[in-house]
Design a binder for this molecule. Structure first.
Ligand code: ARG
Length: 588
């Protein structure tokens, strides 16, 4: 049993013994004691005043004394303004740390028997991934890791939006201007090559519109847009030539995405393709019509009335029978359930689609889908860059591959300046730079609460000082070198260590919080909780390292204790950063 439950049970027992009051121990509020007070955990006493018919100060004193006398883990207490601060016994922390030495998977929750699917990235196949996708991908991957650690069975997935007008735009431009260019012939990564023709489409369209305007034909569509529309119709009619071009170009894009995913260290258990699921949505709409959940309009289109939940009327099928974005999502959700029997689905998608997911979830509820009450849209805010940096031709999009290369390069510059890897060969060095650069990028983005809009500063992210990934890696590397230098030491003598230093206690306390941090992060779908925990742990380790002697400790016992403690910190840092998708270097 963890110590917080022990305290809660102790409080319930005290209430019964001292005030003849039965309370559910789960309702007892126990928090971490605030930094400015003495103690480890704080019991909120106010809720007991009614039953005990006494003031909070007095109840605090009486409960504190009871716990001190009857709960072995509690060694002392103080009461401040009706809050009961408890100090845990040294022996408790020592025992806790000793147990930690043998735990490999410390922090992981036991299986809860629930299956969850996490969708992230979900790109369109007409252009390369950008900075927004990076935030999306990192959040999705970390959520998968955190939910997995919390005890869920997790599957990762994406919906590849690979059909529709926007896809045909790159295709028509390529058809007219591509001259048979391929990724191989041009040396351009597949997704970038297709993206080039998407941009080409835009510029031709602009020219044509300007020309039309000059002729006074303001209302008319650009010829190239008409071509794209015709192409979409042909695609839907299975025109072999159009389908072949579509297959070819989609293949290039998907190959390019795969390379970027590899660089970021993410993968998917299952890919869904809109080209395969968009028809499923239509069947689903028919079911809803039969059930009376949807209604047919005069123009033959199908809609749902969501006015009672303030979501308007939403069209699900156009009059001509073609489906919409939401239609496809209905079909895909259902398919995922049929394929895997998931209990829960998480969608990592930008906050500009909040309305879309509200509508989708509401529809699935009305269709009484078994998973409909456990759907979550993990909406995230925009990422900006410091002005003047890496703006692309259109001025808005920052390419994912370029950004990854940039952070790795920044890490390299810093590391070369700092020195210390001279005995490494070039491959080993590059591997270190890669790990630092990616840690910088991932940590900087994940430390921000998903809902918040944020600024990504590549230079600041690689800084070895401050709230950065490399700072935490540095703590880890320092520990590795301490442990390595220690060589063989008498681990069992650590048992003789009895009086802990304040920074040692702080580390022990932080380590004890890790399992709870994972659960909280999972409940809130919030990797930033794990990030700030890792930062706190690394900071506290640096303080410990500064405050106490390890190799030149006063006793063999102290030395062994500290090496083991440091090792446990490294273990938890490594595990916590892994939940953010971050790898640790051996050296840096
Ligand atoms: N491809 C879409 C876009 O780029 C995002 C898809 C999000 N996922 C979903 N199930 N609708 O906007």
């Amino acid at each position: 049993m963890d110590v917080i439950s022990t305290i809660k049970k102790g409080v319930a027992k005290a209430m019964e013994m001292q005030y003849q009051t039965q309370i559910d121990s789960d309702t007892v509020m126990v928090n971490n004691t605030k930094k400015e007070f003495d103690g480890d955990y704080t019991v909120v006493v106010f809720p007991f005043t009614k039953a005990a018919k006494k003031g909070p100060e007095q109840i605090g004193q009486e409960l504190g004394q009871f716990l001190k006398d009857n709960v072995a883990e509690v060694s002392d207490f103080n009461v401040i303004k009706g809050f009961l601060n408890l100090e845990l016994a040294e022996s408790y922390w020592l025992q806790f740390l000793e147990q930690l030495n043998d735990l490999k998977d410390y922090g992981r929750g036991t299986s809860n028997g629930k299956k969850v699917m996490v969708e992230f990235s979900s790109p369109n196949t007409n252009k390369p991934l950008h900075l927004g996708h990076i935030r999306n991908i990192l959040l999705g991957w970390s959520c998968y890791k955190i939910l997995d650690a919390a005890g869920y069975e997790v599957l990762t997935t994406q919906i590849v939006n690979d059909r529709g007008l926007h896809i045909c735009k790159s295709m028509v431009a390529y058809q007219s201007y591509g001259e048979g260019e391929t990724p191989e012939s041009s040396g351009i990564k597949g997704d970038h090559l297709v993206g080039k023709y998407y941009i080409k489409f835009s510029s031709i369209e602009k020219e044509q519109i300007a020309a039309l305007k000059a002729e006074g034909k303001d209302k008319e569509e650009a010829a190239i847009l008409k071509e794209a529309r015709e192409m979409l119709l042909k695609w839907e009619a299975n025109d072999p030539e159009v389908k072949a071009l579509w297959k070819l170009m989609n293949g290039w894009v998907l190959g390019g995405f795969e390379t970027t995913y590899k660089k970021l260290g993410v993968s998917f258990d299952k890919n869904y393709f809109e080209s395969e699921t968009y028809l499923l949505g239509k069947e689903f709409v028919m079911k809803g019509l039969d059930k009376g959940v949807f209604y047919k309009k005069e123009d033959n289109s199908v809609a749902v009335d969501l006015e009672d939940v303030k979501l308007d009327h939403k069209t699900l099928l156009r009059g001509d029978g073609t489906s919409l974005y939401v239609t496809q999502d209905m079909g895909t959700a259902n398919q995922r359930f049929e394929d895997y029997g998931v209990d829960k689905m998480v969608y990592v998608v930008g906050d500009e689609q909040i309305y879309h997911f509200k509508v989708l979830f509401e529809i699935l509820k009305r269709l009484e889908q078994p998973y409909a009450n456990d759907l979550y849209h993990l909406a995230y805010g925009m990422v900006d860059l410091p002005s003047g940096k890496m703006k692309s031709r259109e001025g808005t999009v920052v390419d994912a591959d370029e950004l990854i290369a940039e952070v790795i390069n920044e890490a390299k510059k810093n590391a070369e300046e700092k020195g210390g890897l001279e005995d490494f060969d070039q491959d080993q060095k590059n591997e270190v730079y890669r790990k630092i650069g990616l840690a910088a990028l991932k940590y900087f983005i994940l430390k921000v609460n998903p809902q918040k809009r944020m600024l990504f500063d590549p230079k600041e992210s690689v800084d070895l000082q401050g709230d950065t990934g490399p700072y935490i890696q540095n703590a880890f590397v320092r520990i590795s070198s301490v442990v390595k230098k220690a060589g063989t030491f008498n681990a069992s003598s650590a048992k003789e260590y009895k009086t802990m230093e304040p920074s040692e206690k702080e580390l022990a306390f932080l380590l004890s919080e890790y399992p709870g941090i994972i659960q909280t992060a999972a409940q809130n779908y919030d990797p930033s909780a794990v990030a700030s925990y890792c930062f706190e742990l690394a900071k506290t380790f640096h303080r410990f390292y500064h405050d106490v002697q390890i190799m030149r400790a006063d006793s063999e016992a102290a030395k062994a204790f500290r090496i083991l403690l440091a090792g446990n910190v490294a273990k938890v840092l490594g595990s916590g950063m892994d939940l953010l998708g971050i790898q640790m270097p051996e050296r840096m």
